[in-house]
Ligand binder design. Structure first.
Ligand code: ADP
Ligand code: MG
Length: 257
C-alpha cells in the first residue's frame, strides 16, 4: 500500500475524517507550493478542527432551542437610544456568566428583548457555555406536568444544567400559586450557581401581581436581583417602527398595541 493511502486510512482510524478527506488536495497544494512540512500538517489539522468546531456549535445551538438566529451585530442601537451600547458590550463579554449573575431585560413588546437574549445566548454558546432558551409559559407548563407526574426533580435538571438559562416573556400571563412556587424553586436552585437571563414586559413593581403571592414575589426577586444586571428598554416597538417607516402606520397614537 502506498504511503498516501496508508496515511489516509490512519487518519480515518483516528477519527480525523475531515483531514482524511482533504489529505490528497492539501498534499498536492503543499507539494506544488513547497510548503514546509509543519505548515502542511498544521493546515490539515486546522481543517479538521474547524469542521469539528462548526459541528459543535451547531449541536449546542440546537440543544439551546433558540427561537431564531439574531446576533449583536444585527442589533441597531440607533433605533433604541434607551439602550446603553457599552453596557450591552460589557455583558457580551460574558463576565456575568462567569460570576453566575443574572440579567434582566425589561421593556414593552417589540423593543428587542428576545433579539438581545438570543444574541447573548449565541455568544455564550460560542464561548463554550451550555445555554437553554425557553419561555416562562413553556417552562412552567413543563415543570407543572413533571410535578404532577412526580418527576419534578429529574426534570429540574434540564433547567439547572446550562450555565445560562434564558427565560423569555415573564409577565404576559399571571401565575397561579403552583407555578409561582415552581419558579421560586428554580430561581433558588440556580442562585449563585448559574445565570438566568429573564425578559419581561412588566416593571419590577408589577411582578407581585403577576406572581399572585407577595411573599413568593419578594423571595424570587430577592434572589434574582441580588447579583444582577438590568437593562430597561423604554423605546418604541421596532416592528411598528419599520411599518411606520414604510407608511403602513402613520402616527404614534394609532399604535394598535
Ligand atoms: P421583544 O422580545 O422585546 O418583544 P424582539 O426581540 O422580538 O422584541 O424584536 C422584534 C423584532 O424586531 C425582531 O425581529 C428583532 O430582531 C427586531 N428588532 C427589535 N429591536 C431591534 C433593533 N434595535 N435592531 C434590529 N432589530 C431589532
Ligand atoms: Mg420577545
Amino acid at each position: 500500500m502506498i504511503a498516501l493511502e496508508r496515511a489516509r486510512e490512519q487518519l480515518e482510524t483516528l477519527g480525523l475524517i475531515e483531514a482524511a478527506s482533504k489529505l490528497d488536495a492539501r498534499l498536492d497544494a503543499a507539494t506544488r507550493a513547497e510548503t514546509p512540512y509543519a505548515e502542511f500538517l498544521a493546515d490539515l489539522l486546522g481543517a479538521e478542527l474547524q469542521v469539528r468546531r462548526e459541528r459543535y456549535l451547531l449541536t449546542r445551538t440546537k440543544l439551546a432551542r433558540l427561537p431564531f438566529k439574531k446576533t449583536l451585530e444585527q442589533f441597531d442601537y440607533d433605533a433604541q437610544p434607551s439602550i446603553d451600547r457599552r453596557q450591552v458590550n460589557e455583558l457580551a463579554s460574558l463576565a456575568f456568566i462567569t460570576h453566575a449573575d443574572n440579567l434582566i431585560l425589561l421593556g414593552p413588546p417589540g423593543v428587542g428583548k428576545t433579539h438581545l437574549s438570543v444574541a447573548i445566548g449565541i455568544k455564550a454558546i460560542e464561548h463554550g457555555y451550555g445555554v437553554y432558551f425557553t419561555s416562562m409559559h413553556r417552562l412552567l407548563e413543563d415543570l407543572r406536568v413533571a410535578h404532577e407526574e412526580r418527576r419534578l426533580e429529574r426534570r429540574m435538571r434540564v433547567y439547572l444544567a446550562p450555565k445560562l438559562l434564558i427565560i423569555d416573556e415573564f409577565g404576559y400571563l399571571p401565575l397561579d400559586k403552583l407555578s409561582a412556587t415552581l419558579l421560586f424553586q428554580l430561581v433558588a436552585a440556580r442562585y449563585e450557581r448559574g445565570s438566568i437571563l429573564l425578559t419581561s414586559n412588566q416593571s419590577f413593581g408589577e411582578w407581585g401581581e403577576v406572581l399572585g403571592d407577595p411573599v413568593i414575589a419578594t423571595a424570587i426577586l430577592d434572589r434574582l436581583l441580588h447579583h444582577s444586571h438590568v437593562i430597561n428598554i423604554r423605546g418604541e416597538s421596532y416592528r411598528l417602527r419599520e411599518k411606520r417607516k414604510s407608511g403602513l402606520i402613520r402616527t404614534q397614537s394609532e399604535r394598535p398595541e
